[in-house]
Design a protein around this ligand. Structure first.
Ligand code: ZN
Length: 269
């Protein structure tokens, strides 16, 4: 057996209604003012409002940036970082699928260390702890809540670049399956297959370890058992819970074992 190492220095809350733990998490971390990063789609279906109400009812100030677009650009990152600086928040809440997570990590880096976001492209370029991020995924999913990378599009060069630094790992993840129970079937299917491929590619990776294999095996079991039922009926609580946990375990697995050719092919495409 090859040598291996791992750590999961994150607090993960899982459960139907776990979103309601958010105010206490914020208070325990001394956050009086948070900056919520999300998108207009989630605003439209009321998810943003649901989260901001919970924050405000907990007596905590909240400023929002909701203009995240799919394949988010440097312009989006700069806009959000400027607003973060102006509003005086001390914590970032990343609400959504992969894109709000990507932007939140980039804003967390820029707000702490300045410069241009392209300065941090590549492996381990982030020099220290970034602004604390609380990740609230609304898909199952990208696994971004437990991975240490951010993908941003440089619109001038028409090029996607990755920032891969352990420091970008969100401090907390709140996994509330209720948030994925209203997803359209097409999103549930696409995100669910993505999560399954994360687990398979991590399992087959040459960088896998007994630890990443354990997470990948459980992820495949949960996703395999629940994917079809979840697509058929997103309101099926057990299927939603299985998908949310499975997607998270797949994320933990590939954060250590890395991915394979399916994801590699997606970059040039
Ligand atoms: Zn993926």
């Amino acid at each position: 057996m090859k040598d291996f190492s791992f750590k999961i220095p994150q607090n993960i809350e899982f459960g139907i209604g776990s979103l309601n733990k958010l105010p206490n998490i914020l208070k325990n971390n001394g956050s009086q003012h948070v900056f919520l990063i999300s998108d207009r789609g989630l605003e439209k279906i009321g998810v943003v409002n649901k989260v901001t109400e919970i924050i405000k009812n907990g007596g905590i100030n909240c400023t929002t940036y909701l203009d995240v677009i799919p394949n988010p650009t440097i312009t989006v990152v700069n806009e959000a970082a400027a607003l973060y600086k102006e509003c005086g928040a001390t914590t970032i809440i990343a609400l959504g699928g992969g894109s709000p997570l990507d932007v939140s990590k980039a804003v967390g880096i820029l707000s702490k260390f300045g410069g241009k976001i392209t300065d941090y492209e590549g492996l381990n370029k982030v020099p220290g702890a970034i602004v604390p991020i609380i990740a609230i995924p609304t898909t199952a999913g990208t696994g971004s809540e437990v991975t240490a990378s951010s993908v941003i599009t440089d619109e001038d060069k028409n090029y996607k670049f990755s920032i891969v630094s352990y420091e970008t790992l969100p401090k907390y993840a709140i996994l509330d399956p209720e948030l994925i129970m209203t997803a359209p079937a097409s999103i549930a299917a696409a995100c669910g297959v993505d999560a399954l491929i994360h687990a398979i590619e991590a399992y087959l990776s040459k960088q896998s370890s007994p630890f990443s294999d354990a997470m990948a095996e459980k992820a495949m079991e949960l996703i395999g058992k629940n994917l079809r039922n979840f697509i058929k009926d997103r309101a099926n609580e057990e299927a939603a819970c299985g998908m949310m946990a499975g997607s998270n375990f797949a994320g933990i697995s590939f954060a250590w074992a890395r991915l394979g050719n399916v994801h590699a092919m997606s970059h040039p495409v």
